[in-house]
Ligand binder design. Structure first.
Ligand code: ADP
Length: 407
């Protein structure tokens, strides 16, 4: 201790007091042997007041125990180092208040005695700044997070908008396509009317002219034959008109199916009654008479349109003296209706196009036709959850198979 009495008296003493760090020198028993002015100020003591006191006086009470353990280790293996690395260190002022410190430990030997010089820096301000920086960082992070989520929301809104616009654009494109198709259909209709209507109308005109000439009573049979021809051709023209109207409704989405319960026999009888007028010489339609118990829940006008098209095709594309057969049965949730003929059949390479609108097979071109019947049948059936398929062999015959859901 005497060794340090002289410190204040030499140049070293002046420097010792001039440094801003607090310097505390302890012996191996942790008794304070010297402090500089900065140390006294930092810890709130007056000159010489700390001398001879145990170091514990400058350390928070609850840290005494752990400090002793650390000090013990340090004294065994003395080396220059920063104290308390990785953990926060605190000093205790004379008034009992604690404050954060950074401490460097410097062991040295003076005339056979070991001492430790602790350089103490009050880091209250630094800690305050660190805390402020941490707060600012946290605020900044939460602001960034907020902005990011705002941005994300804006991006999502924008994506929604893009999807909406795309949908609208597609709708417009679709309407345009339908509009174009309708125009095309109207043009086709006009050219077809002039072509398709001419032949039957000429036939009707011929028949009426001839009826006018058959004035004798015994010519009643001939008159009846021509009346049948006229009725058949009118029916044919009417069917073409129905098909065109159906296409227009399907295209503009204006089909409203009028569902009701009705027996299949009722519609089938009507279709066959009308079809009889179109039969060629020796043609015969066989159809089931025992289907009274098949009741459909469907639009009877649409069913009539479907069956009329199929039966009329069977007649049209079959030779004289051939048989056309209609069959029907129920299976699972479907009512099945089959229309079979012994006609010209559909060439195999053209079968895949048969449901395309306006498509007509090569071998059918000598018959009148529009190529829209099968197309609208398919659309109607698909709309109501049904379907149509067919099997056909050229020059042997065709079978068209319709399925309609019972409910
Ligand atoms: P259209 O008979 O007015 O030409 P459809 O749409 O009813 O129009 O039929 C399309 C085409 O399918 C016909 O032109 C014909 O080539 C073929 N087709 C339809 N039904 C038969 C059938 N029963 N036998 C042979 N070919 C058929």
């Amino acid at each position: 201790m005497e060794n340090f009495e002289s410190i204040n008296k030499n140049t070293f003493g002046v420097l010792f007091n001039a440094v801003s760090e607090g310097i505390i020198v302890v012996d191996t028993n942790q008794i304070i042997v010297a402090t500089n002015e900065s140390a006294n100020v930092i810890f709130g003591y007056s000159e010489n007041e700390l001398k001879g006191k145990h170091l514990d006086i400058l350390i928070p009470k609850k840290k005494h125990e752990i400090h002793h353990v650390h000090m013990e280790k340090f004294l065994q293996n003395m080396s220059h180092r920063l104290m308390g690395q990785g953990r926060d260190l605190f000093g205790t002022r004379k008034d009992g208040s604690n404050f954060p410190v950074e401490v460097g430990l410097n062991p040295f030997k003076l005339e056979d005695d070991h001492y430790v010089m602790a350089m103490v820096i009050d880091i209250t301000l630094r800690k305050k700044h660190e805390h402020e920086i941490l707060m600012l960082n946290t605020q900044l992070e939460s602001r960034i997070q907020q902005r990011t989520s705002e941005l994300q929301k804006a991006v999502e809104d924008l994506e929604d908008e893009v999807i909406k616009r795309k949908t609208a654009e597609n709708k417009i494109k679709e309407s345009l396509r339908k509009e174009r198709e309708l125009n095309e259909l109207k043009t086709k209709f006009l050219s077809m009317v002039s072509h398709e209507f001419k032949t039957p109308l000429t036939g009707i005109l011929t028949s009426t002219t001839l009826i006018g000439k058959y004035t004798d009573t015994e010519q009643q049979k001939k008159r009846e034959k021509h009346l049948k021809t006229i009725a058949g051709k009118v029916k044919y023209l009417n069917n073409i008109l129905d098909d065109f109207l159906s296409v227009e409704r399907l295209e503009t989405g204006k089909v409203n199916y009028k569902y009701s319960h009705f027996p299949l026999t009722k519609t089938l009888n009507e279709v066959i009654y009308d079809a009889n007028m179109l039969l060629k010489e020796g043609q015969e339609i066989l159809y089931p008479k025992q289907i009274d118990d098949i009741v459909l829940y469907f639009d009877d006008k649409i069913l009539e349109l479907i069956l009329t098209n199929l039966v009329n095709n069977a007649i049209k594309y079959s030779p004289e003296h051939s048989v056309i057969e209609v069959e029907s049965y129920e299976k699972e949730d479907m009512v099945h209706i089959l229309v079979k003929d012994q006609g010209i059949g559909i060439p195999e390479n053209e079968q895949k196009h048969i449901f395309n609108r306006y498509f007509r097979a090569e071998n059918a071109l000598t018959n009148q036709g529009t190529g829209i019947g099968l197309n609208i049948i398919k659309s109607h059936l698909e709309n109501v959850g049904g379907c149509i398929t067919f099997k056909s062999k050229q020059d042997v015959g065709s079978t068209f198979h319709v399925q309609i859901p019972k409910k």
